[in-house]
Design a protein around this ligand. Sequence first.
Ligand code: PLP
Length: 451
Amino acid sequence: MSHLPNSLEARDVAYQLHSYTDARRHEEAGPLVIERGEGVYVYDTSGKRYIEGMAGLWSVALGFGEKRLAAAAARQMEKLPYYHTFAHKSHAPSVELAEKLVAMAPVPMSKAYFTNSGSEANDTAIKMIWYRSNALGQPERKKIISRVKGYHGVTIASASLTGLPNNHRSFDLPIDKVLHTTCPHYRTMARPGESEADFARRCAQDLEELILKEGPETVAAFFAEPVMGAGGVIVPPQGYWEAIQPVLKKYDILFVADEVICGFGRTGDAFGSTTYGLEPDMMTLSKQLSSSYLPISALLVNEKVYAPIADESHAIGTWGHGFTGSGHPVAAAVALENLKIMEERDVLGHVRQVAPHFQARLRALARHPLAVEARGIGMLGAVEFSHEMLRDKPGALGGRIFAAMQEKGLIARNLYDTVAFCPPLIISEDEIDAMFDMAEAAVAEVAKETG
Ligand code: PLP
């Protein structure tokens, strides 16, 4: 496609390398330039309106036009636009947000530590875990287990945790201390005749076997999303967490719950850990924490994690870690306002009210002959389509459906042949209907084209 010289599209192609994009294809196709947002909608530069069915990147809980978040940012910008939390310095927004997050945590947590992205939070978690093992005089306890299809970010360590081929291929990852255990996707991973409960138990057995093979004294932590997001919205089978958690406790392995997508209402509870009765030692939070109006992430750690780290920092003289933007006052002020609005408007109550309708429409979409499965919980869902029906390569059908949806004014996300939906939490029932009406029309169109 050729773009007008000097247009945003042409300048984008000329100057910008995009995340998760085939760069050569982008040179041909160019970008979709989004100009503004309001509620669950975003608008491109031609004025075309789209329902943002992914809340950006699973993140804009309050929608795209929340004036109070803009006002909170402006107030803080004028008062103290920047300060840091290095070397005993602090500021009110970081203190208030740390206090708030520790109070909100579903299990007793001791401290919050601020970072700027989910990847940084998970990367920092690994550094904390290694530092702690050294502090405890267990330098051999450094291995980390995560899961095939888990998503934990893209820095060298967090991309290693991520269990998806495209995050490893040609990057020389994963690093050697990171291991992956079974993906808890019942439909594709269960053996013939295996019940969901038996499959869940086998996932826990696989984890235990890996720990025993590696040597329990070498395994420090297990990272997992309560519900997998970018791996294809994989909801754990019945009994999964009940079987996994005792294995971790048995070998004194720390549990890090990656709540970057699930946190702050996505699953219909404050945290995914609440929904599934998880008892993590550490939690990583981001995305809906600030509705992504500004980048901020946080790591919550319990006393068992904090105390040895504090001792080690005392022995060395410092906890030699921190980002210039950690706990940025403007991002923290926006996050605080975001959490306040969620409480005042009872966004969680709203999610509980509309989620059954969202899930019903998701399942109705999956009754199409091209679909093989619907998965989801709360306001998170996906439909997997069958590329075999098309006799095309994996991902081709998902890509076509995604494109047809976008054409109709719906932005969803295709993860190979799975199409994910994760709209702003404030979405109304009518908007849910509009979203799935477009999705159904797009699938019908693709089915007709492909015969
Ligand atoms: N963890 C989970 C569960 C995520 O979904 C993501 C991003 O999608 C990350 C971590 C990484 O966050 P970021 O993109 O902010 O680095």
